[in-house]
Write a protein that binds this ligand. Structure first.
Ligand code: ATP
Length: 305
């Protein structure tokens, strides 16, 4: 498979167990990504189809990217990733080409997962007050075509209207052809997108057959925070006075990323205060770290989800 600056991504495999909490979300992702990729015949036997695309939404730093990596690792498939920032280019036509190239690569490497991070910034926002640049409109159009399977060969679609047909029949043929193309072209390419701003997305992206499996990735509640703290202190020599349950209680509005930073900060404080020969991280180091690492989430921000 080709490797380029945008596209197939090398990352250390992530196991589902490395993600604290989020049990419901993990199950939904196993059902909608891992099972269709790993056991397609079983799904066909049961008469169910895997989704074409999945949208993960929720506050920043709460494991959306890590979840997709875990799904890709468990599915043993290629993982291609692109973020809104990577897609931006000042040159006319560049962004659309990059996106089309990514999908071509995904088909060449299939079975594959294409992960579009910050999809809202790729396609712009809609509605009152929303704005979409010309480039974003083009990117949206390429993306919709790819989701429909027509990014592959538009000529095949045109061929469908050669015979004389009534308008209704023609519409039906186009619809059938679209479904066929979806089956043929995108069979083993799953599209997963993530956003912190689901309200900004164009409803066209969320129609059936597109990103129609929509999954909320919530901030960690107390039990999940405890699980995350346990994971991120697993390799630390913790003093017996460290009370992770107490820390989980004190970290309301901390994202998973904030909790990871808190653990790192506590370890660095232990080194700073006790010297390089220190052998344990104590509870007081975590309490001091709490004064340096603030929660990145706000109650107001969470109301939008
Ligand atoms: P963004 O919206 O900013 O892209 P995100 O939701 O994709 O963020 P990630 O990039 O997956 O979040 O997570 C950021 C970091 O936080 C990762 O390094 C991950 O290890 C840690 N993290 C977040 N949530 C969890 C969790 N539930 N369990 C373990 N680690 C977590």
């Amino acid at each position: 498979c080709l490797r380029s600056s945008v596209g197939v991504s090398d990352f250390l495999p992530v196991s589902w167990e490395r993600i604290g909490g989020l049990e419901d979300v993990k199950l939904k992702l196993k059902q909608s990504i891992e099972w269709p990729m790993k056991f397609p015949e079983a799904l066909v036997r049961m008469g169910v189809r895997g989704p074409r695309g999945v949208l993960l939404y929720g506050p920043p730093g709460c494991a959306k990217t890590t979840l997709v990596k875990a799904a890709a690792s468990a599915s043993h498939c290629s993982f291609l990733t692109l973020s809104g920032a990577q897609l931006y280019s000042p040159y006319v036509g560049d962004s659309e080409r990059t996106l089309a190239q990514l999908f071509r690569q995904a088909r060449a490497c299939s079975p594959s997962i294409v992960f579009l991070d910050e999809i809202d910034s790729m396609v712009g926002s809609r509605g009152d007050g929303g704005c979409r640049s010309g480039v974003q409109a083009q990117v949206l159009s390429v993306l919709l075509n790819e989701l429909d399977g027509v990014g592959f060969k538009t000529t095949e679609r045109r061929g469908s209207s050669k015979t004389m047909q009534t308008e209704g029949e023609e519409q039906e043929t186009i619809q059938e052809k679209r479904m066929e193309l979806q089956e043929v072209c995108n069979k083993d390419v799953m599209i997963v997108a993530a956003t912190n701003r689901p309200d900004a997305l164009d409803s066209a992206l969320l129609r059936p057959g597109r990103l129609d499996h929509i999954i909320y990735v919530p901030p960690p509640e107390q039990q999940a925070r405890l699980a995350i703290l346990q994971l991120h202190t697993e390799k630390m020599p913790l003093d017996s006075d460290v009370n992770l349950k107490d820390l989980a209680t004190q970290t309301h509005l901390f994202s998973g990323a904030d909790l990871e930073s808190l653990c790192k900060e506590a370890a660095l404080l232990a080194l700073q205060e006790e010297g390089m020969s220190v052998s344990t991280v104590q509870h007081q180091h975590f309490l001091k770290a709490l004064q340096r690492v603030s929660p990145s989430l706000t109650a107001h921000q969470l109301l939008q989800y």
